[in-house]
Design a protein around this ligand. Structure first.
Ligand code: IVH
Length: 669
């Protein structure tokens, strides 16, 4: 792969990871892995200025906007910190600061880096008036009502006074480990999806529409940055000490130092000691203490020059590999799983770890009974990173071999050229694939038949009641309840949910079918382009390739799926049960080509619709929404408070600015 191709691959991967993290709240890689990819891309782009792209993942800081809250502009933009991973980089920061201050003496404030979500709190006359999430750094969600339920955040400051009349304070909202574990235990009992880590749990909670839910979940908050025109001191540390006296929760782990050795000592101490903290931390933050000196140093486009984050290495532990089992997923992919002696890692007990695929096992040269190093980067699935060589002395157990037949149905496994994964081709007869497809079909974002959890599906399947998703629509209350009175209510509820799913719009039905590569957004594109399932089923490769966003792999997967007679029968049964297999009249009517071929950037804050609604409207009318302005932009849909940099860029490129009302007129609303 040459560097140009590598840039394209990295951009695609990072876009996906951004989406997983910021939109779905379900990261699949650790922050460290993400940062490593981003760094590689940044370096490659620096070497290839001719390949610059305003939409590259290096050009943005991410967003957590959601449409349920009012979007508000930050009074001062919320910058992020640049990350470092080793002491050499910390030394470089220290030297840069020394040079930037021309040899003047300076103090560094060392702090913990809390791993939650950042929040900006505004106080006036001693009262909390507004709480805003980071969002994209320029604007965020107003979550004041939810934040008011967090007990460690003062609603009214200490009457003894001393606080400025108007100020802002920023910090981190966190879910303590104990609350996190209790919450996941409850969710497990209710068959609800688990939160990957306390950060996601805190973020999901803060975006909840019900403040009561927030209150129940026991969030906590540490504050670490005071801003305003009339602060008590020049020193950052001194300001936070004052804020502590006003009633804010300020971490005890703050320490002012002068030398690099003291900084290293702080790092080493907390790298160990953080395991005993009630909340998650992922590093330490170093800040030049004097605000006057901070101003001298200034900032780059994204982060201040006076501060830096040092990220801890993901925690590793050594334990013994006892057994390797093999899991078959809904698409037939076989994943090897290591079963190990339990070991305490980053706040939870770990017994299982993924081994990814056959190549990975071979690379590790893994034997049963080996001591292995397990790592968890704050994410759901821990992984084995190496065999612990310290124990490689005596005899080893048998080498771990990948299986050749499906552990569930005995079918010989196959593997596609160029793919690492082995899979079971028996999609019609292999139980976990059948059950997995049904689980996917009923899931919330698909048909939303949420009263049927995995255990219920397992039970129905074992009782021979369901073999495919169409069978769900033949179920009766008697079958579900087993004629037991105590189960009749839940059985009725399930049948009602199945009934209701007949109204689920076509694009979600398409997503629910579980066709390989057809995720939510691809399903939307396909539904809009082909309008009904019969047209889609007859489409040829060329028809697909004309559509923006549909490539060869997706096209082939869809064509293959409809090439299987079993699937054609399945569709006919779903049709006879009344599912939506075409866009509705209403969807068709609201759809137009008025914005066909137009690439539109959204900027600012709006009155009539939320940003997400505008995104949907653009798509509905055949347009394309992108993140930043380039020569390809057709126009900017601008609300109030569009940033000056964006405005200048648009003017320079001669791109027109369209306000909310003109836009709505344009699409005939
Ligand atoms: S100071 C301009 N201090 O890390 C400085 N941030 O990438 C602004 N964080 O978004 C941040 N602990 O959410 C600061 N002690 C700490 C922090 C901290 C965690 C988070 C914060 C920020 C991110 C920086």
């Amino acid at each position: 792969m040459n560097e140009q191709e590598r840039i394209a691959v990295l951009r695609a991967e990072l876009h996906q990871h951004n989406y997983n993290y910021y939109v779905l709240n379900q990261p699949t890689i650790s922050d460290q892995e993400f940062d490593a990819l981003l760094r590689e891309l940044t370096e490659l782009e620096a070497r290839h200025p001719e390949l610059a792209d305003p939409n590259s993942p290096t050009q943005r800081v991410g967003s957590d906007l959601s449409n349920e809250f009012e979007t508000v502009l930050h009074v001062r933009p919320m910058l992020s910190l640049s990350n470092t991973y080793n002491k050499e980089e910390v030394r470089a920061y220290y030297e840069r600061v020394r040079e930037g201050l021309s040899g003047e003496p300076f103090e560094i404030c060392c702090e913990l880096k809390f791993d939650g979500l950042s929040i900006s709190l505004h106080y006036e006359d001693g009262q909390l008036v507004r709480a805003v999430t980071r969002g994209d750094g320029v604007q965020g969600d107003d979550v004041t009502a939810n934040v008011r339920t967090i007990r460690s955040i003062p609603l009214q400051l200490n009457p003894a006074g001393g606080w400025p009349r108007v100020f802002e304070i920023r910090g981190e909202i966190l879910m303590p480990w104990t609350s996190f574990e209790a919450l996941n235990r409850e969710r497990e009992a209710r068959e609800e999806p688990l939160f990957a880590n306390p950060r996601n749990a805190a973020s999901g909670t803060l975006k909840s529409k019900q403040t009561a839910t927030v209150a129940e979940r026991h969030l906590d908050a540490y504050l670490y940055y005071l801003l305003g025109d009339e602060l008590p001191a020049d020193g950052h540390y001194e300001n936070l000490m004052a804020a502590r006296s006003w009633g804010f929760k300020i971490s005890d782990a703050m320490h002012k130092v002068q030398t690099l050795e003291e900084i290293y000592a702080f790092i080493d101490y907390w790298d160990q000691e953080r395991r005993n903290l009630p909340v998650a931390t992922d590093g330490i933050v170093l800040k030049v203490n004097s605000q006057r000196q901070q101003r001298t140093l200034g900032m780059t486009a994204k982060s201040p020059r006076w501060a830096i984050a040092y990220k801890f290495q993901a925690e590793q532990q050594s334990t013994i590999l006892r057994e390797v089992t093999f899991q078959v997923g809904r698409t037939g992919t076989v994943t090897p799983v290591a079963n190990m002696d339990p070991v305490q890692l980053s706040g939870t007990i770990v017994r299982r770890a993924t081994l990814h695929n056959a190549d990975f096992i071979a690379q590790l040269d893994l034997h049963l009974g080996d001591h292995v190093l397990v790592e968890k980067g704050g994410e759901i699935i821990p992984k084995i990173v190496a065999v612990d060589e310290a124990f490689l002395t005596g005899e080893r157990g048998p080498r771990v071999e990948f299986i050749q037949r499906c552990p569930e149905c005995g079918t010989p496994l196959v593997r596609n050229e160029e793919e690492a994964a082995w899979y079971c081709p028996n999609d019609a007869g292999c139980p976990p694939q059948i059950k997995g497809r049904i689980e996917h079909f009923v899931s919330r974002r698909a048909m939303n038949i949420d009263s049927l959890g995995p255990e219920t599906i397992e039970d129905f399947y074992n009782r021979g009641l369901i073999h495919n998703v169409a069978d769900l629509y033949d179920l009766t209350v008697d079958q579900l309840s087993g004629r037991s009175d105590s189960r009749i209510r839940s059985a009725r509820k399930a049948i009602q949910a199945i009934e209701d799913s007949r109204q689920v719009p076509f694009e979600r039905v398409l997503f629910a079918l579980g066709i390989r590569f057809v995720g939510e957004s691809i399903a939307k594109i396909l539904a809009r382009s082909f309008r009904d399932i019969d047209t889609l089923s007859r489409a040829r490769l060329d028809d697909f390739l004309q559509i923006n966003g549909i490539g060869q792999a997706i096209a082939e997967s869809v064509i293959n799926w409809f090439g299987d007679m079993n699937n054609i029968f399945l569709i006919e049964r779903l049709r006879s049960h009344g599912l939506q297999l075409a866009l509705s009249e209403k969807q068709l009517a609201s759809q137009s080509d008025r914005l066909a071929g137009k690439t539109i950037v959204i900027s600012g804050v709006f009155q009539r619709h939320s940003r997400d609604e505008y995104k949907a409207l653009i798509e509905q009318h055949g347009g394309k929404n992108t993140g930043s302005i380039s020569a390809k932009t057709s126009f900017v849909l601008a609300g109030s408070g569009m940033g000056p940099a964006k405005l200048e860029k648009a003017q320079k490129l001669g791109i027109s600015i369209v306000d909310e009302d003109s836009f709505l007129e344009m699409i005939g609303e």
